[in-house]
Design a protein around this ligand. Structure first.
Ligand code: AMP
Ligand code: MG
Length: 401
């Protein structure tokens, strides 16, 4: 049976970044830039005051004290009309352009207005350039401010606007189709009849798709009949990624692998040495990636984080698409016996003395309730072990604490 690492490598071998497109930037958070971005301006575009106060000539205030004549007031958005001559000052607001011949700004807190026309300054000796950001200090016109491969954060979106961009070439979000399967599965608003259960996997997986940065597309519930599954899977195969839940194990009505094969999906693996989630299926048709996740909710959730998310990140062009696994210390002693490497739900927290991971009480792959408030899985090895507080284990981080 494949190990998780071997299976992840197989998935990543088949995942290629999507072609870049010219896109609007309104919904670009987390997307990868596919062009270098150069500034169309000097920034700041003019010598700019960084304080509310008075623009002065430093030569007038070698000791920082004096009385100057106020000749003008400049708000942000206005331009000064008068140069500052010896013995003069201009009242200036943060962000306003510096008047000609001034070379320093005294902040308003160090001044006292004597009458409408004179101001008394009581500051430290004024240095040339004080409280001024000179034209082009941040960037020069033509400077490359963001490079191909940058993953856009909020600050980058601000920077793109600064240099006049409302569009850029980006690797788009992959569409991820999600299909639930099972005769027993009903949607949330419905009261389940005898033998039925509600569809927890679809809302959960659609949210995981979104958290991974991709665009979810819900296909509904396929019944455990070929004539129900086939058209839905056929539709799902038009997306770059299709995620199914249920119907991939060894049951009599686990029809998904057969229907996938009929529709031309080649299987790459159909079992991985792990718990929960062992019966996971992965296949491809052309460049479409197909994941058949076992129906138990916790199995689906773990398999998504271990296999689907890295694939989605790779499609989005991210250089580091591996799952976030880090060796972190246990917060409590924990006795645990298992026959396969097990991803155990846990809460990861950061305290003054560092990171701690604490397994939560859990009844196995169907017990989704136990996962509320968790953000990670601890990977415990097979065997019967008394794990000790402070011992380090690989931790799969699903969400930031
Ligand atoms: P399967 O993988 O189809 O054999 O399903 C395994 C278990 O997961 C069964 O108990 C199913 O009822 C349950 N299950 C399957 N699909 C879902 C779903 N969408 N939501 C919640 N439980 C499910
Ligand atoms: Mg089923």
């Amino acid at each position: 049976m494949l190990t998780v690492i071997e299976a992840q490598n197989l998935v990543l071998q088949h995942a290629r970044p999507l072609p870049a497109e010219l896109m609007r930037l309104d919904d670009a958070l987390g997307l990868m830039l596919a062009e270098d971005i150069a500034s169309d301006l000097d920034i700041p575009p003019y010598d700019k005051s960084m304080m509310d106060g008075y623009a002065v000539r430093s030569a007038d205030l070698p000791q920082g004290n004096g009385v100057l004549t106020v000749i003008e007031e400049v708000m942000a958005g206005q331009t000064p009309r008068l140069p500052v001559a010896a013995g003069q000052a201009t009242r200036i607001m943060t962000g306003a352009p510096l008047p000609a011949d001034a070379d320093g700004v005294v902040k308003v807190e160090c001044t006292r207005l004597l009458d409408g026309h004179r101001v008394e300054i009581a500051d430290a000796p004024v240095k040339p350039g004080q409280n001024i950001l000179y034209r082009g200090r941040e960037m020069r016109r033509g400077d490359v401010v963001l490079k191909t491969g940058a993953v856009l954060g909020p600050q980058d979106l601000g920077l793109l606007a600064t240099v006049g961009r409302a569009e850029a070439r980006l690797v788009p979000r992959p569409r991820v189709a999600v299909l639930s399967t099972g005769d027993e599965v009903v949607e949330a608003p419905q009261m389940p009849g005898p033998g039925q259960i509600r569809n927890s996997n679809a809302p959960m997986l659609l949210a995981q798709v979104r958290r991974a940065g991709a665009a979810p597309h819900y296909l509904g519930i396929g019944r455990d009949r070929v004539d129900s599954l086939r058209p839905l899977i056929d539709e799902g195969l038009r997306a770059p990624v299709l995620v199914l839940s249920g119907g991939v194990s060894a049951g009599k009505l686990d029809l998904v692998p057969g229907v996938l094969a009929d529709l031309g999906v080649g299987a790459h693996f159909h079992k991985v040495e792990m718990k929960p989630g062992k019966p996971i299926f992965f296949g491809t048709r052309g460049s479409t990636l197909v994941f058949g996740l076992p129906g138990n909710p916790v199995s689906s959730l773990v398999c998504f984080e271990l296999f689907v998310r890295p694939a989605v990140r790779r499609l989005m062009g991210h250089a580091d698409s591996a799952p976030r696994m880090r060796p972190l210390p246990l917060g409590d002693d924990f006795a645990y016996k298992t026959d396969r490497p097990t991803y155990y739900p846990a809460r990861l927290d950061v305290a003054d003395d560092g990171w701690r991971v604490r397994p939560v009480p859990w009844f196995g792959s169907a017990d989704l309730r136990a996962l509320s408030g968790t953000n990670a899985f601890v990977l415990f090895p097979a065997g019967d072990h008394q794990h000790r507080q402070g011992q380090r284990f690989p931790v799969l981080i699903c969400d930031t604490p």
